[in-house]
Design a protein around this ligand. Structure first.
Ligand SMILES: Nc1ncnc2c1ncn2[C@@H]1O[C@H](COP(=O)(O)OP(=O)(O)OP(=O)(O)O)[C@@H](O)[C@H]1O
Ligand SMILES: [Mg+2]
Length: 438
């Protein structure tokens, strides 16, 4: 029941708020209209019908008392002048057959009942045949009385005006409510958009806290949080860059001093160490550069995937690349290339075959990099994301890099609001998956 209710009710805040306004309004009006029809309208119609029936009964009683002239002038005059009934006296004859009862007519039932009660003679009525007249025929012993009455004297006819007013005013109120609600909802939508954009690493342009107090509070908190995160990122970058830079200066000095030393086995080893240290530092710097402030642009992922394949082949791997779905994606192109290049380089380093398969649907851009190498045991798949952590140490010394590749890749993916995940590949090795929202 709850699940069903959740499914049929709209998901957006705007339609929901509208529903909250409209439903009670419609319910209230239905109840009011029903009670009104049931009570007021019925009672009034019955009273009016009773009055008409009484008038007719009076004529029926008068008919035998007045002298019978040819045209029954007295009776007709009394009927017209005092009761506003148009009377004709017809020769006696059978009444016409009863017409079909009009559907949902209070008047017909009420009038029939009242006439039946007050006039003890056979009668026939027609409340629908003529638009604003009611025709009643009464069978007398020696004649038939045909009486026309104005429809609106027997009928609470202006009730539809009440309904019209009710529906009309509520439409006006609804329009006003819709306009005002839209203005209340828009700041919330803007906040959601801004938060989403920030989560995907995009620029949040001209977002200002607006709207109701609570929404403004949330917006201010969001801006505060955004500033704090940006400051932190900036701090990290400058700190890392500073450290790396200082160390590079010292390293250069170190190398210079080494060059002046006489060549021997020890200096050779020292030089190798210094080179390795420098390599690590370069990688470190690249890591520190992390967010280079690149802007989001439309990037053709099909092309990116193809470039990666060519690079992989150049590095001696057998590679295959596919991309499915619309290839143009809004990302920081260079960063994403770097992220994927790190994944592909890892695969090339550990395997012979590298398959790159991308797909993009309405919500996600997903790119798998599969290889047929040794893979990574399941319990290590989280650890390898840690900066400077290399499993290769034990396996193969000279093959390894600095252990930053996956950290950088994941960093970039998360900057886009996505992630890099490792799993087992259908090819037998490792499957590295980049997944970012689009
Ligand atoms: N495709 C793969 N197959 C097997 N092991 C892998 C694969 N990719 C990464 N690894 C393991 O994960 C570790 C961390 O990878 P990461 O890319 O972070 O660093 P790296 O490749 O050693 O150095 P860098 O990428 O900075 O040159 C690697 O040392 C390696 O042991
Ligand atoms: Mg690597």
């Amino acid at each position: 029941m709850g699940a069903w209710f959740n499914r049929v009710t709209p998901k957006g805040l705007y339609p929901r708020s509208l529903l909250i306004i409209i439903t009670p309004m419609v319910l209230l009006q239905s109840v009011v209209a029903f009670v009104f029809m049931e009570r007021h309208y019925n009672v009034v119609t019955h009273r009016l019908s009773a009055a008409v029936a009484q008038d007719i009964a009076a004529i029926v009683s008068l008919y035998p008392l007045l002298p019978k002239t040819d045209d029954h002038e007295d009776l007709r005059r009394i009927a017209w002048e005092n009761l506003r009934l148009n009377l004709t006296v017809l020769p006696p004859g059978p009444l016409p057959p009863a017409g079909p009862k009009p559907f949902f007519s209070v008047l017909d039932t009420a009038l029939s009942r009242e006439i039946g009660r007050r006039v003890t003679r056979p009668f026939w009525i027609d409340t629908v045949g003529r638009s604003n007249l009611i025709e009643v025929r009464i069978q007398m012993k020696d004649a038939e009385l045909r009486i026309f009455a104005q429809r609106n004297i027997a009928y609470a006819s202006n009730s539809h005006i009440f309904l019209l007013w009710m529906v009309g005013t509520s439409l006006v109120l609804l329009t006003v409510a819709i306009l005002f609600l839209r203005n209340q909802i828009r700041p919330i939508e803007n906040l959601a958009d801004a938060a989403e954009a920030f989560g995907k690493g995009r620029d949040v342009e001209n977002f200002r806290p607006r709207g109701a107090r609570e929404v403004r509070r949330a917006s201010v908190a969001f801006l505060e949080m955004k500033r704090r995160i940006e400051r932190q990122m900036e701090q990290r970058t400058t700190m890392l860059a500073g450290v790396s830079h200082d160390m590079r200066t010292i390293l250069t000095r170190f190398k210079l001093e080494l060059a002046f030393m006489p060549e021997c086995e020890e200096t050779e080893a020292l030089r190798r160490d210094v080179d390795e240290l420098q390599g690590m530092l370069e990688a470190y710097l690249a890591f520190a550069r992390g967010d280079t402030g690149e802007q989001v642009t439309l990037t053709d992922m099909g092309q990116v995937v193809e470039e990666l394949r060519q690079n992989a082949e150049r590095d001696g791997a057998i590679s295959n690349a596919t991309f499915m779905g619309p290839p143009l994606v809004e990302v920081k192109g260079e960063q994403i290339k770097r992220c994927l290049a790190n994944l592909v380089n890892n695969a090339v380093r550990h395997a012979h075959r590298v398959d790159i398969s991308g797909a993009r649907d309405a919500r996600w851009l997903i790119i798998h990099v599969d290889d047929d190498g040794p893979g990574i045991p399941e319990d290590k798949r989280e650890d390898v994301f840690r900066p400077f952590l290399r499993l290769d140490d034990a396996r193969n010394q000279d093959k390894g890099g600095s252990g930053l590749g996956l950290s950088i890749a994941r960093d970039i993916a998360r900057m886009h609001g996505g992630d890099v995940l490792l799993a087992e590949s259908p090819l037998g090795g490792l499957r590295a998956t980049l997944r970012i929202p689009v």
